[in-house]
Design a protein around this ligand. Structure first.
Ligand code: F0G
Length: 465
């Protein structure tokens, strides 16, 4: 008998209906949304792969814990449970709760970075980049060279380029580096993991140059799982042991718990330094809430404390990784290339390769995302020239992004393999006749974080707005 498929360690108890629209309704909905899927209403979407953030299903144990959430203003029982879980996991002496990751970024950067300083990363997530800029500092990405080859199966394409980091630290701008921030897994670069060897080398460089080293650890459990699978020295470690070791290598962390916290909302800062903790705590109390709730309700803290246990269950992580890998295989079999090797929280479609008839200025990644919606009610996000490219005042693309990708983010414990077969079938149909996919042009665009609020029109339709 062949090896049986890897089963998720749960069954479904509560379900939510999903909408099915006609093709004409989807066409109208997308036009009204200014051809930006962020502007669609969730009830216009059949399979929502826009984000894995805050979109997961909770467990019966999480909801049971939430029912006994303590909503006291200060010193709530739920806070102590949450704090205990995170102290055990990270071994940081100071834990500050925040309502989501970017609130933690703002608080950390305001306390740690000065205008003119540099924050250097393997890759900053978009809000992280924006928060660095908002304090007047500069965000510098130094991804490892293997990341530039989308087809390579190198195991740790999320790593930072250690030579480039050392050059920066020892070069003329070395004194400007105020923070080294490693994103695990590397969401901006294909959900690729970061190796423990890379984190250790970054720790050593930061020690030598006396620079603070932090983790952006939104997907700490998924990174730990991939380390256990791909880094031979860690083969016999549990995901929890690997995650704790990663936190130990750094001076602190900023974490969105909307991903591996298996909850709709939440985040935290983990800190070692007493002075930095005092500065961040004052900011937290002024802007998020008292330091025992930080903008979260007691029931949120309870769901998170329980979610943090469930997410490190090897059976859960194994099944989630296998499910994403199966979707990647179906998509590749349909003739659509994805960034290799498959990560866990998302798959990145190589739209540039699938749609060579579209120039970067017609936004092939965005065009493929729109087609997935038009044909199948599937929502996803572009990661290409619309998101990363440079534009002039007339909203024309002047500097294309290095790649034209589309991210299919996979919510946790939400969709079955049948939903994924559907996604692969819609993609296969597009891949049979890719020339029918139209390009787009930008009609209006905000100055910061363009992709959230940009409005577009099909490139071959003039004067629509
Ligand atoms: N860091 C990383 C690596 C992220 O992926 C995110 C969010 C954040 C920080 C910010 O956290 O949303 O809780 O404020 N990523 C989501 C995504 C939005 O879809 O990838 P947040």
């Amino acid at each position: 008998m062949d090896a049986p498929p890897i089963l998720p360690p749960y069954r479904i108890k509560v379900v939510e209906p999903i909408p099915f629209l006609t093709a004409e309704d989807r066409r109208r909905a997308l036009a009204e949304a200014g051809y930006n899927p962020f502007n669609l209403r969730a009830d216009q979407i059949t399979v929502d792969l826009l984000s894995d953030s805050g979109t997961g299903a909770t467990s019966a144990a999480q909801e049971a814990a939430a029912a006994v959430g303590d909503e006291s203003y200060a010193g709530a029982r739920s806070w102590f449970r949450f704090c205990h879980e995170l102290r055990e996991l990270t071994e940081y002496p100071h834990i500050l709760p925040v309502h989501q990751g970017r609130a933690g970024e703002r608080i950390l950067f305001t306390s740690l970075l000065k205008p003119g300083q540099i924050c250097v990363s393997n890759t900053h997530f978009d809000t992280t980049h924006a928060n660095v800029k908002l304090v007047g500092a500069e965000a510098v990405d130094l991804p490892c060279p293997e990341a530039a080859d989308l087809d390579s199966h190198a195991p740790f394409k999320g790593n930072i380029d250690l030579d480039a980091l050392e050059k920066l630290l020892t070069g003329p701008d070395g004194h400007r580096v105020g923070l080294v921030l490693m994103t695990i897994t590397n969401n901006g670069l294909g959900a690729q993991p970061v190796s423990m060897a890379n984190l250790t080398a970054v720790r050593d460089l930061c020690r030598r140059h006396e620079k603070p080293f932090f983790l952006d650890a939104a997907r700490f459990a998924e990174n730990a799982w991939l380390v256990g699978q791909r880094e031979p020295e860690y083969r016999d470690w549990t995901p929890r042991e690997i995650a704790t070791r990663a936190f130990q290598l750094a001076d602190g962390c900023v974490v969105s718990l909307k991903k591996d916290g298996l909850s709709a909302i939440g985040g935290f800062l983990g800190l070692r330094d007493d002075g930095l903790h005092a500065a961040c705590e004052a900011n937290l109390i002024a802007t998020e809430g008292f330091s025992t709730y930080g903008g979260l309700a007691g029931h949120d803290l309870e769901r998170l404390a329980q979610g943090l246990r469930e997410v490190l269950d090897p059976a859960y992580l194994r099944a989630r990784a296998a499910s994403t890998a199966r979707l990647a295989q179906m998509i590749n079999d349909a003739g659509v290339d994805t960034v290799q090797p498959a990560g866990i929280h998302a798959l990145y479609l190589n739209a540039g390769r699938l749609l060579p008839h579209l120039s970067p200025g017609e936004f092939p990644g965005h065009a493929l995302g729109c087609q997935l919606y038009l044909d199948g009610g599937i929502r996803c996000a572009e990661l290409g020239s619309l998101y990363l490219g440079g534009m002039n005042d007339e909203h024309r693309l002047v500097t294309p992004a290095p790649f034209e990708l589309v991210r299919l983010a996979i919510p946790r414990r939400v969709y079955t393999d049948t939903h994924f077969e559907y996604v692969a079938a819609v993609l296969a149909d597009i891949a049979k006749n890719p020339e029918r996919v139209r390009g787009y042009r930008v009609v209006s665009s905000p100055p910061l974080l363009r992709h959230f609020k940009v409005r577009l029109a099909p490139a071959d339709e003039k004067d629509v707005e």
